[in-house]
Design a protein around this ligand. Structure first.
Ligand SMILES: Nc1ncnc2c1ncn2[C@@H]1O[C@H](COP(=O)(O)OP(=O)(O)OP(=O)(O)O)[C@@H](O)[C@H]1O
Length: 240
């Protein structure tokens, strides 16, 4: 399977401190890859480098065969940040229609995206009046419009109830089955098992890059959280 994203020897400094220390990894096409790691481990920084929004010290990031951030990728990469990126003074529907118009698409595409994230019932509501979880789903709907080939989602399930989270993960896999590549960050280990592959970051270093099943097998435990802990202990030479 070919790679939608190739990261090689990536070093990023923020505030004069290295926060990614030579990370190399691939994100496979048409799959859901989870980017997992504790708060501050560098997930958002890696994501920013992939979408071309991060100054890098050294190394390369190639996305769909182009250098990350190049103009050719503008319409093929969708990015949802942790902070919702929709207009608070427009309704959900108006936001979706606006983003659809940027892609030369119409109202039907906008409605479909709103329904896909479970917001059909709130389509007429102003985004400013939505809950945090609803607002991030509105952002997701807008990012999905235009069917980007790569969808990068920074903690998309924060604040969602368990039923909605399950629906969103089902949606992510449906998109991957249809050919979209998804990179989804999370610091919730119970979501890791829902991914096709995992990238595990700790302190700006990649400590795991495999399927959940292989990571469980290597660590000798069914519990991914425990597997992550064992990987950390192995790396740091601490007795388990
Ligand atoms: N603007 C900034 N200036 C300086 N340092 C920063 C800046 N943004 C982030 N950092 C630092 O970079 C490191 C990685 O942060 P990053 O946001 O990538 O982590 P994260 O894994 O996404 O965390 P979280 O899960 O909390 O969002 C942290 O040590 C953080 O303090």
């Amino acid at each position: 399977m070919s790679s939608a994203v190739e990261v090689r020897d990536l070093v990023v400094e923020r505030g004069k401190r290295a926060v990614l220390h030579g990370v190399s990894c691939d994100v496979r096409e048409a799959s859901v890859t989870g980017l997992l790691g504790p708060s501050g481990s560098g997930k958002t920084t890696l994501i920013r480098a992939i979408v071309g929004a991060q100054l890098v010290r050294s190394g390369t990031v190639t996305v769909l065969g182009e250098a990350a951030g190049s103009a050719a990728l503008r319409r093929t990469v969708g990015y949802v940040t942790q902070a919702p990126s929709v207009y608070a003074d427009l309704s959900v529907r108006e936001n979706a229609r606006y983003f659809a118009s940027l892609h030369g698409l119409g109202a039907a595409d906008a409605e479909r995206a709103v329904a896909d994230v479970g917001l059909a019932g709130a389509a007429a509501q102003l985004v400013g009046n939505l809950s945090g979880g609803q607002r991030s789903r509105a952002s997701l709907a807008c990012a999905m419009i235009g069917e980007p080939r790569l969808l990068v989602l920074d903690e998309p399930t924060v604040g969602q109830d368990p039923v909605l989270r399950a629906d969103l993960w089902a949606k992510f896999h449906a998109l991957a089955d249809a050919g979209t590549t998804l990179l989804v960050s999370s610091h919730v280990m119970d979501e890791a098992g829902r991914c096709d592959r995992l990238l595990l970051l700790r302190d700006g270093r990649l400590i795991g890059d495999d399927t959940p099943a292989a990571i469980r097998a290597e660590a000798g435990t069914e519990d991914l959280e425990e597997a992550f802990l064992r990987l950390i202990r192995d790396r740091e030479g601490v007795a388990a």
